[in-house]
Write a protein that binds this ligand. Structure first.
Ligand SMILES: [Zn+2]
Length: 55
């Protein structure tokens, strides 16, 4: 299931896992891949999943 995040998402340069800032905060706020533990992550913006009504 697609997770809806409004903040920044990091992508691991090693395994390509997407890690949200919320998950990083849960793990102590350290920027680190939650899958493989690699510390070099690229900051990306998640694709917008939710629909926002146009104003
Ligand atoms: Zn990784």
């Amino acid at each position: 299931m697609e997770k809806i995040t409004t903040g920044v998402v990091y992508e691991c340069l090693r395994c390509g896992a997407k890690v949200s800032t919320e998950e990083l905060e849960i793990r102590g706020g350290e920027v680190k891949c939650t899958v493989c533990g690699y510390r070099v992550l690229k900051k990306i913006r998640p694709p917008v999943v939710k629909r926002v009504p146009a104003k």
